[in-house]
Design a protein around this ligand. Structure first.
Ligand code: HEM
Length: 411
């Protein structure tokens, strides 16, 4: 989708077109929106009418005003029919949001993260040692998908031999045909997967009740908190939160792990710098997450008629917060189009959102990526991209379907 938008009116362009993300040609449109129409109304799209917020500070302001900009009934650009709506705390306002988030937050408490780090290091080392040398392989499959699936299985204490199911489910749940230019699953197909997830996790819930195991996995955390101890009896809420935790911890980190290879390939000077100075890895990881922006947006819904930056919004209007655009906003991030691993205020990006819904797993994701890069740079003098990566045709998940690489080991 190599577009020339210069002659087109913004009113005629579908900002949410997934093909623009598949071809990675979204940047000029969003630069134009930031410049000409930062709070932009689109009257028609496959998801219906919506507002696009594209400047960094506006995204922050909308996220902080939770009274006007609600996360209910959904944070997806498309509206599921009311009878198919799952309840998850990312799509809840206060106070219910806080109650449910509090129940599972301990999974990413500092003490748990310290314990995870050793495990992640061991697994990363094993995965990287097993990579073929002198042969092209898919980094997405053998590294990113492999390691993030293992992590997700640990967070749920999920049966190890079935762990591949978690990433299959994650892919299926996010693959709605209306967000993928028709390439995804139909609603009935997704529903089948959702029922399978519910069945497996309902069994796991019952097996774990009162088993006395002192584990901090997500299921036992829900069981232990009095506010969520009966969640299994409310399948809409249980499946909603399961989907949130499965998707939240999976695609995002996986695609950042792949994105890093791509950005280092395109910026050989930055690759040299980090090879020579591995203390740059933590800030490089933040820069990878900014540059990738693994989730391009979140949605809010206007609760009552409201004027924002001179634009009259109506109760019920959809508002899309384009994180990918906020992350390229020069007024908040100098040289935003460049990949610079030691930039100042490197954590000041939009990829994790802001306010009460700010990503719960942000420290876990950063740690996982840091450890993978620490272990990779110990082993490999080069990670070479052999042909351009292929990207997902998706307007929500910004990710890769393949990343063909070869690695060279230190002798
Ligand atoms: C690079 C990796 C990741 C990125 C870019 C990312 C991005 C996001 C974003 C944009 C939000 C919504 C923020 C908002 O609405 O303001 C979010 C929420 C969330 N994320 Fe992440 N995420 C990542 C990794 C993870 C991991 C590893 C977990 C696993 C624990 C996780 C769990 C969650 C949860 C549970 C929420 C809902 C928070 C709430 O509503 O209070 N995320 N994430």
């Amino acid at each position: 989708m190599g577009e020339d938008l210069s002659g087109s009116s913004l009113a005629d362009i579908d900002v949410s077109d997934p093909r623009r993300f598949e071809c990675d040609t979204w940047q000029p449109l969003f630069a134009r929106l930031r410049q000409e129409s930062p709070v932009h109304y689109q009257a028609e799209s496959p998801a219906g009418p919506f507002w696009s917020i594209t400047r960094f500070n506006d995204v922050v302001d909308v996220e902080k005003n939770t009274e006007i900009f609600s996360s209910e009934p959904t944070i997806a650009i498309i509206d599921p029919p009311p009878e198919r709506r799952s309840q998850m705390f990312i799509a809840m306002d206060q106070p219910q949001h806080d109650v449910q988030r509090r129940a599972v937050q301990p999974v990413v408490a500092p003490k748990n993260l310290r314990e995870f780090e050793a495990l992640i290091r061991k697994r990363s080392g094993e995965a990287l040692d097993a990579l073929p040398e002198g042969k092209t392989f898919d980094w997405v499959e053998l590294v990113s998908r492999n390691l993030t699936t293992q992590m997700l299985a640990t967070l749920f204490d999920f049966p190890w031999e079935m762990r591949h199911k978690l990433s299959e489910w994650s892919d299926a749940v996010t693959s709605d045909e209306r967000m993928t230019a028709g390439k995804g699953l139909k609603m009935e197909e997704r529903l089948e997967v959702i029922m399978e997830i519910l069945e497996v996790f309902t069994r796991l819930w019952h097996e774990r009740i009162g088993d006395g195991v002192e584990s901090f996995d997500l299921i036992r955390l829900l069981q232990r908190d009095p506010n969520t101890a009966n969640m299994v009896g409310d399948p809409t809420n249980y499946i909603g939160n399961l989907m949130l935790l499965i998707v939240g911890g999976n695609d995002t980190t996986r695609n950042s792990m792949s994105g890093g290879v791509h950005f280092l390939h395109d910026n050989p000077d930055q690759f040299e710098r980090v090879k020579n100075d591995r203390s740059l890895i933590p800030s490089m990881v933040c820069e990878i997450i900014r540059y990738q922006t693994p989730l391009s947006h979140m949605r809010r819904t206007v609760t009552r008629d409201f004027e924002f930056r001179g634009q009259k919004m109506k109760a019920g209007d959809k508002v899309i917060l384009w994180y990918c655009s906020a992350n390229r906003d020069e007024s908040a991030i100098p040289n935003a189009d460049q990949f610079l691993i030691d930039r100042e205020s490197v954590r000041n990006h939009a990829s994790f959102g802001f306010g009460i819904h700010r990503c719960m797993g942000n420290r876990l994701a950063e740690m996982q990526l840091r450890v993978v890069w620490e272990e990779a740079l110990k082993r490999f003098s080069d990670i070479k991209l052999m042909s351009p990566p292929t990207r997902l045709c998706h307007n929500f998940v910004r990710g890769y379907s393949s990343m063909p690489v070869q690695v060279t080991r230190y002798q």
